[in-house]
Ligand binder design. Structure first.
Ligand SMILES: NC(=O)c1ccc[n+]([C@@H]2O[C@H](COP(=O)([O-])OP(=O)(O)OC[C@H]3O[C@@H](n4cnc5c(N)ncnc54)[C@H](OP(=O)(O)O)[C@@H]3O)[C@@H](O)[C@H]2O)c1
Length: 289
């Protein structure tokens, strides 16, 4: 169990695609022992081929953040092999779009189960593996949506705002045990979250919904915006890998300039002006608005 102090034992959730997969590959390439977890092992081929291209390896384990047995099994595996965990990256998540009235209770609860309670489930099992050595880092992948709410994303916004509050509170508690809690707040990046993994409210496409014209307008707007995004998802993986080796890090970390500007605006502008900007940008081009 005596391993180089530079080689970290890392668990990442949601590694079948996107940021999770990119983090797994980058960190494995840097020589860390990466546990790349995913809820559906049938989806590991993309990760495996990326690892192969870079001539590196990671251990792939099944872990669904909403299923406690899979979390306990993965943690037990790590505990029996290493006795501890250095880094937890809570990345798994998805986003559901739709006006509050078009969302069902189940739509909202499922969003919270994955993006919020899922993080709690995994973190609860990971802390004991860090606390005993009085060291470790928990990196929670939040979002611009964790500090700035927008129309038609209330469920996703709630999940990320809740994640931010949880992380802030947990940070104080775990500092007592030498464990750091950090947030990463990416803006919009072209990943599967906006394509095959995107989800809509139950009544999003229902022409009877009073929100139908706005929903359709927004659907096209988000698609165009994502398509035109030049941001590189690798920047998120690079930021995460920098946070892992840093001796001292800021609590909130933003990978892209656009979101950094939004964070500053959110801080300094009166809410009346900030919300006018959000509203104008969102609904610009919508007839009769
Ligand atoms: N892309 C962006 O613009 C953006 C911006 C800000 C924040 N984020 C956040 O970044 C994180 C990663 O998203 P991404 O952009 O990389 O999207 P992605 O490519 O869709 O990846 C999401 C990952 O989460 C996994 N996942 C979903 N539910 C899960 C569950 N119950 N248990 C375990 N894994 C689960 C997915 O697995 P399956 O393949 O099985 O569905 C997939 O591996 C999310 O938390 C998201 O909110 C993304």
């Amino acid at each position: 169990m005596s391993e180089s102090p530079n080689k970290k034992i890392i668990l990442i959730t949601g590694c079948s695609s996107g940021f999770g997969m990119l983090c797994a590959v980058r960190l494995a390439t840097q020589g860390h022992h990466v546990y790349a977890t995913m809820r559906n092992l049938d989806k590991q081929s993309e990760l495996l081929s990326e690892l192969k291209i870079r001539d590196t390896t990671a251990e792939i384990l099944e872990l669904d953040v909403t299923v406690n047995e899979t979390i306990k099994k993965a943690m037990h595996h790590i505990a029996s092999k290493h006795g501890h965990l250095d880094i937890l990256i809570n990345n798994a998540g998805y986003g559901i779009g739709g006006a509050f009235e078009d969302l069902t209770d189940e739509d909202i609860r499922s969003q919270m189960e994955t993006n919020f309670f899922g993080v709690l489930n995994v973190t609860r099992e990971a802390i004991p593996l860090m606390r005993q050595r009085r060291q470790g880092k928990i990196i929670n992948i939040s979002s611009v949506a964790g500090f700035s709410a927008s129309p038609f994303f209330s469920a996703y916004n709630c999940s990320k705002f809740a994640l931010e509050a949880f992380s802030e509170s947990l940070r104080y508690e775990l500092q007592l045990f030498g464990i750091d809690v950090l947030l990463v707040q990416p803006g919009t990046y072209k990943t599967k979250i906006f394509y095959e993994n995107r989800k809509y409210a139950k009544n999003f496409d229902n022409p009877e919904s009073p929100y139908f014209p706005m929903s359709q307008h927004l659907k096209n707007k988000v698609s165009d915006y994502v398509e035109s995004s030049k941001k590189n998802p690798e920047d998120v993986a690079e930021l995460v890998s920098n946070l892992i080796v840093a001796n001292k890090s800021k609590f909130r970390n933003i990978p892209d300039i656009e979101t950094r500007i939004m964070a500053i605006m959110r801080k300094i502008l009166p809410f009346s002006l900030y919300s006018w900007i959000i509203k104008t940008v969102t609904f610009k081009g919508l007839n009769n608005y």
